[in-house]
Design a protein around this ligand. Structure first.
Ligand SMILES: Cc1ncc(COP(=O)(O)O)c(C=O)c1O
Length: 365
């Protein structure tokens, strides 16, 4: 008889893996395709990070520094955050998992916006916990409803600022009221994977909130987006040192590699690259918004590097037709938003190609 996983594992719908670009091109008989589907940095990696990787490669026979000493030191100095409260992860994904692994027991509840980043739900299910999704209101996170959803069984609340897939931010005042409303023993995870792209001055900065007594706030940041290092898998969490101590108990000793640590360290010094990335994204989004208006399409303004566009037909059909023409976008059908597509801002020529292709596709559908 074949081994059978426990019921809470068997019941999980796995995260849908994308195919490698080369495979897609082969399957669809296309070449020179562009990808605007995964909120990646269109400029490539930070050049300073690439240089640092070259140097660090010579020490690949050694295990990495398991504590990430130098990167945490630099983060602490640069961001003004406590060294002992910084935890590195194999992408900020891993910090999400560590929080849940350290604090959840079977049957505990975790409140999260819906739709939001798919991994929150998945990780809670791994631990036999109960995800409690709170629907968005007009595509914004509904902080009042989220606070109402917190019960005595809630261990953790996820908030995404800006949210994925909407790009909406939460306001400072609403967030303060939310924190005042939730019980002191709840952990609030503020996922700031896209915060470097926000142009909204009214958005709270998670780092200012980490020191507060209760509820405890854990801030997540990543090098995958603004620093262009998604393939290396490195991110971090910032929290009270007493919480970091619990997460460290369930962390693999060498969870982040030496190349990732070296690249992230150098990328933090690459202000020029960060600035260029922000300009590229902001100019790209402004161009795309104007084009969507010209085409009469409804779209949702975003503070991230991606945005949602409402289609006049099923998004799935647009996704397929665009793919055949070598433009890879995201259909939001798997998020329960059947008529929405999500794209990230690309290079100027990629944005133009997206617009031209979308116009053609919509005229033919
Ligand atoms: C909201 C959000 N949080 C976290 C992540 C994970 O990023 P990382 O690459 O650091 O694991 C993503 C990735 O797409 C995301 O959209």
């Amino acid at each position: 008889m074949k081994p059978r996983a426990p019921e809470h594992i068997a019941a999980i719908t796995p995260y849908p893996p994308g195919k490698p670009l080369e495979e897609l091109e082969r399957e669809y008989g296309i070449s020179g395709s562009i990808k605007l589907a995964s909120n990646e940095n269109p400029l490539g990696p930070s050049p300073k990070a690439l240089q640092a990787i070259q140097t660090a490669m010579c020490s690949l026979n050694r295990y990495p520094d398991g504590s990430g000493f130098y990167l945490r030191k630099k983060l602490s100095a640069k961001q003004g955050i406590p060294f002992d409260g910084i935890l590195l992860g194999n992408g900020s994904n891993e910090i999400i998992e560590l929080v849940i692994r350290a604090f959840l027991t079977s049957g505990d509840e975790v409140v999260m916006p819906a739709p939001s980043f798919l991994l929150y739900r998945l990780v809670v299910q791994w631990m036999g916990g109960k995800p409690v999704p709170v629907p968005l209101r007009d595509l914004d996170i509904d902080l009042e409803k989220m606070a109402e959803a917190v019960t005595g069984r809630t261990k953790v609340v996820f908030l995404t600022n800006p949210n994925n897939p909407t790009g909406a931010v939460i306001g400072r005042e609403g967030f303060e009221s939310f924190l005042a409303a939730v019980p002191a023993e709840t952990i609030v995870v503020l996922d700031e994977a896209y915060i470097e792209f926000s142009r909204d001055p009214d958005s709270p900065s998670g780092f200012d909130l980490v020191g507060r007594e209760s509820p405890a706030v854990i801030v997540l940041r990543t090098f995958s987006k603004a620093y262009g290092l998604a393939g290396l898998r490195i991110g971090y969490g910032v929290m009270d040192p007493s919480i970091a101590a619990f997460l460290n108990r369930v962390r693999q000793p060498f969870n982040t590699g030496s190349l990732a640590q070296a690249a992230a360290l150098a990328a933090l010094d690459d202000d020029e690259f960060l600035h260029k990335t922000q300009q590229t994204v902001w100019q790209g989004l402004d161009y795309l918004y104007a084009e969507m208006e010209r085409m009469g399409l409804k779209y949702h303004r975003s503070q991230a590097n991606f945005f949602l566009i409402e289609m006049p037909c099923e998004a799935r059909l647009v996704f397929e037709a665009m793919l055949h023409r070598g433009v890879i976008i995201r259909s939001m059908a798997s998020y329960g938003m059947d008529r929405y597509i999500r794209i990230n801002a690309g290079l100027p020529e990629e944005n133009e190609r997206f617009v031209k292709t979308l116009e053609k596709v919509l005229s033919e559908l």
